[in-house]
Design a protein. Structure first.
Length: 129
């Protein structure tokens, strides 16, 4: 992280989730593409839980960088996502930026510690069961 990213991360207040939220960590892919493209594709995710989510947040280095509303979850195939390779047993979503009110509730906030387990390998977390 750059020095300013470290300052932003530790000065940011923790997010308080008021929606059923899927949290997706996009540390590597966020620097390669837009937050939407980095967040939307090829996740090993519970389709049942994904369909119940109200919002999807993208997290980079512990900070929420974007919030989306998934309109549809689809298998991660090149037919559903032209220009992308098919990835078996994974899903992606088609969606849009969350409304401005929701965006302001979360973007720039720090991911609460309860969702940041040291050594956790899974980039997907849910704020609901």
């Amino acid at each position: 992280m750059h020095a300013q990213e470290i300052v932003n991360k530790y000065q940011a207040e923790p997010a308080v989730f008021q929606h059923r939220t899927i949290i997706i960590t996009v540390n590597r892919s966020a620097s390669e593409s837009s937050p939407y493209e980095a967040t939307r594709y090829a996740w090993k995710i519970s389709l049942k839980k994904a369909k119940r989510a109200e919002v999807v947040v993208a997290v980079r280095h512990g900070l929420i960088i974007a919030v989306f509303v998934a309109e549809e979850w689809l298998p991660a195939t090149s037919e559903n996502f032209p220009g992308r390779e098919s990835v078996p047993n994974r899903y992606g979503f088609v969606g849009k930026d969350a409304p401005n009110l929701i965006w302001k509730m979360y973007v720039g906030k720090r991911l609460p510690d309860e969702y940041r387990k040291p050594g956790a390998a899974n980039p997907i977390k849910y704020t609901y069961r």
